[in-house]
Structures are given as structure tokens and as C-alpha cells.
Design a protein around this ligand. Sequence first.
Ligand code: FES
Length: 123
Amino acid sequence: MMLDAEKNTDHWPKDSLRLERFAPKLIQRDEPDRAFEVEFAASAATVTVGADESILEAAGRAGLPTISSCEEGTCGTCETPVVSGEVDHRDSILSPSEQEAGETMMICVSRANGTCPRLVLGA
Ligand code: FES
């Protein structure tokens, strides 16, 4: 039903439709995920995020402080400022305009865009 609502209103002005999700959006990718680097500017630390882990998991592995709750892109707890880089938004919270602006990302599910080898985050 949510997909139908999105599909049937895609001609509306951007961000006109607001949906409240209790389960994450289904994200389909044509290519497998790959590893990339994330610099946590506030912590002066850089970690490699493996193809099979999230930024949140990589940060935790490196001992960096993070907060999270749902870990599926639906609550917004892990929202993190983006300093530079292109984000592949996979959350179910940010509006299309917010995703396009790329000022923040949900590090539990979103990744670097396939052509972006490095993200810099303000955390
Ligand atoms: Fe809920 Fe990331 S922990 S959106």
C-alpha cells in the first residue's frame, strides 16, 4: 500500500506526501555493496566500512561513540551530519528533498554512493 501511495503521487510536488513507516522501505540494488572509507571529523578517525557492514557497525568496531535504536532506518536516532561525499540514502525517514540536500544521513543503513569512495561525517 505504501509503494502504491508513492507511485500514485509521484506527480505531486516534492515532499507533499508524508508517510509514517513502522517497517523499513524495501531497497533493491542492482550491484553488490562495496567497501568505502568514512572520516569521522569530530573524532579525527577514519574507518573502512566493509561491504557487509553498516557505518554504524564500523564505527562501533573502531570504538567510536554512536547512538542508535532501530538500526533499520526508521527511527532517526543515528542521524549524522554529512560534511562531504555522496550518500546512497537507504532510510525511511528523510524526505526526498532532505535526501537530495545530503546534509544528514542515517548511518545504520545508508552508505556512500557507489561512485564515492569516501564520506566525511560531522561526528
Ligand atoms: Fe534508527 Fe538509524 S538507528 S534510523
